[in-house]
Design a protein around this ligand. Structure first.
Ligand code: CMP
Length: 141
């Protein structure tokens, strides 16, 4: 029996500025992800700090949260078997210099901070991140 899993992703401001939204969403669908919900929005620096709280205190925290609040982003709830690991594979390494050919970051990321896309790195993170951006009724299906 198939066990569907949910994950959360953000198309970051750099990718939105490059007009990469359509290409990235096409990659999700071509790779078997079902889009449960999506929205385009802007977040404040404070909201970015809450979202990335696990990185508070790191050298790149201020710059990362400034960047994530610098323009529109697209947030999506995705579903498929093995969604969390499969999305991370499709995204490629955090640092695009190490990203494999055919990954989203290889194609669209500029550097380790402006790296086009975020994806949840585990079950607990996915739960937190989905609930940070989506209300229960938006994911009820
Ligand atoms: P993301 O998957 O959104 O999760 C945390 C983000 O922090 C990561 O992608 C990178 O954009 C950023 N990040 C991680 N390490 C560094 C670093 N050494 N310098 C700058 N940004 C980083």
């Amino acid at each position: 029996m198939k066990t569907l899993q949910r994950t959360f992703t953000i198309i970051k401001p750099d990718a939105v500025r490059k007009n990469a939204i359509g290409d990235i969403i096409e990659q999700f669908e071509k790779n078997g992800f079902h889009i449960l919900c999506l929205k385009m929005l802007e977040i404040s620096k404070h909201q970015a700090e809450q979202f990335y709280a696990v990185h508070a205190g790191k050298s790149f925290f201020d710059s990362l949260t400034g960047f994530m609040s610098s323009g529109p982003i697209v947030v999506l709830a995705l579903e498929k078997e093995n969604a969390i690991a499969d999305l991370r594979k499709l995204m490629g390494a955090t640092n695009p210099a190490q990203a494999e050919e055919g990954t989203i970051r290889k194609k669209w990321a500029t550097n380790i901070e402006h790296n086009a896309i975020h994806g949840s790195d585990g079950d607990d993170t996915a739960r937190f991140e989905l609930s940070y951006f989506f209300a229960g009724y938006e994911l009820a299906q």
